[in-house]
Design a binder for this molecule. Structure first.
Ligand SMILES: *Cc1c(COP(=O)(O)O)cnc(C)c1O
Length: 394
């Protein structure tokens, strides 16, 4: 198909739920992708934080191919090696105890909500089911995770939403105190709000939240769908904060592009979801698990250190740009937000794209950068060159 044919068929046959960028990506290698016109782009999006090993990774592709030939799917009615291996590694890397496998971020968070409510129901009975989440958060697109999302405009059109969520201001422990009550069973947070604008929570605040959760026997649920699996220069972002959640969710980067996700519970809730209380036909799929094993094996301590170093390098270099358009740089590791003023974030994203750099937007005024974790120094430098050209003083 030509590019024009693709645009036309997309318009005709696919629901108009996305505002796509007017390019059709055909292939990629490392952190570089190529479109239908054979124009190449440095990719600072990695498919929204998914393609952690970049594009065309041989080990990743071979693992999927080999597993597809051997056994592409079998269901959770039978034991299977790839997901067991992966679960063992995730338990080791997280310091938590037991894993449930799902297929996406929203589904992983939906499962965390279920585990929190059942933990409380088992121990305290009815009436303790409210989950406090943060203003400006994003937790997914199902009816329940939309309501968990602390942004009003996500609470439209689809009534009735799931009840049992209250919202507190991020980095404001008093606001959390006001949202508290006898009906609360858990607090759910992203440590760096991703879609909301790359807003990291303060260390002291997170420690205070963890402490409040512990004292009230609320489960601390951390949504690491975007921040997890090496993205922030730690295997899980909570390791940067020196705390441990009761349950952590993961998805985006876990399988390098295969649809996958899940959550890991610590000692409190490891047995909460027993036989028949939760399930998924595709969850733990052998091909996705094989891909995830390659991702997790790649994330050695040295590799994760390199993510931190590359992130620091990129962040410092952006901070050093003499620009009338930059209003601060935030983030950790290779999850970086650039505040934009004097233009819209979308205008900047479009200009970067024209120059050959793919970037994301977030919140109202933030350019969000999530390069593949394997991005080379040379690719970072070429991306920086384009950022300087578009954002720098002329
Ligand atoms: C992307 C994202 C989700 C939703 O994940 P899907 O796979 O799109 O369902 C949930 N939480 C956070 C923090 C995210 O970044």
């Amino acid at each position: 198909m030509t590019k024009e044919e693709i645009f036309k068929a997309d318009d005709e046959f696919i629901m108009h739920t996305y505002k796509r960028n007017p390019i059709a990506i055909e292939s990629g290698k490392g952190a570089t992708v190529i479109d239908k016109d054979e124009k190449s782009y440095i990719d600072f999006t990695s498919g929204i934080g998914v393609c952690s090993l970049g594009y065309g990774n041989e080990k990743w592709a071979k693992a999927i191919y080999d597993q597809a030939k051997k056994l592409g799917h079998i269901s959770n009615l039978y034991y299977s090696e790839p997901c067991v291996e992966l679960a063992r590694k995730l338990v080791e890397r997280s310091g938590l105890e037991r894993v449930f496998f799902a297929n996406s971020g929203a589904e992983a968070n939906e499962g965390m909500i279920k585990i929190a409510r059942k933990y409380s129901y088992d121990k305290y009975g009815e009436g303790r089911s409210t989950i406090i989440t943060l203003v400006n958060s994003f937790h997914g697109r199902t009816i329940t995770t939309l309501k968990a999302t602390g942004q009003k405009h996500f609470h439209e059109f689809f009534n009735p939403f799931t009840e049992g969520f209250r919202y507190a201001e991020a980095n404001d422990i008093e606001s959390l105190g006001k949202a508290a009550g006898n009906d609360v069973c858990a607090v759910m947070v992203e440590l760096i709000q991703g879609e909301g604008g790359v807003n990291p929570l303060d260390k002291d605040y997170v420690k205070a939240v963890a402490d409040l959760c512990y004292r009230n026997d609320w489960l601390l649920l951390i949504d690491e769908v975007q921040t997890g699996i090496g993205r922030t220069g730690a295997f899980f972002c909570y390791q940067n904060y020196g705390i441990k959640p009761d349950v952590v969710s993961f998805a985006k980067g876990i399988a390098g592009g295969m649809p996958f996700g899940g959550f890991i519970a610590g000692s409190k809730a490891k047995d909460t979801l027993g036989y028949g209380t939760h399930g998924s036909t595709f969850g733990g799929n052998p091909m996705a698990a094989a891909a995830a094993n390659v991702v997790v094996d790649t994330l050695t301590p040295e590799f994760i250190e390199s993510v931190k170093e590359k992130g620091d390098y990129l962040k410092k270099a952006i901070e050093a740009i003499d620009s009338p358009y930059i209003a601060g740089v935030r983030g950790m590791g290779l999850m970086i937000g650039v505040g934009i003023k004097g233009k819209t974030h979308a205008e900047v994203k479009d200009e970067l794209q024209t120059e050959g750099l793919l970037a994301l937007t977030a919140g109202k005024d933030t350019l969000r950068l999530l390069p593949p974790l394997v991005i080379s120094k040379d690719e970072i430098d070429r991306g920086l060159e384009i950022l300087r050209k578009v954002l720098g003083r002329r």
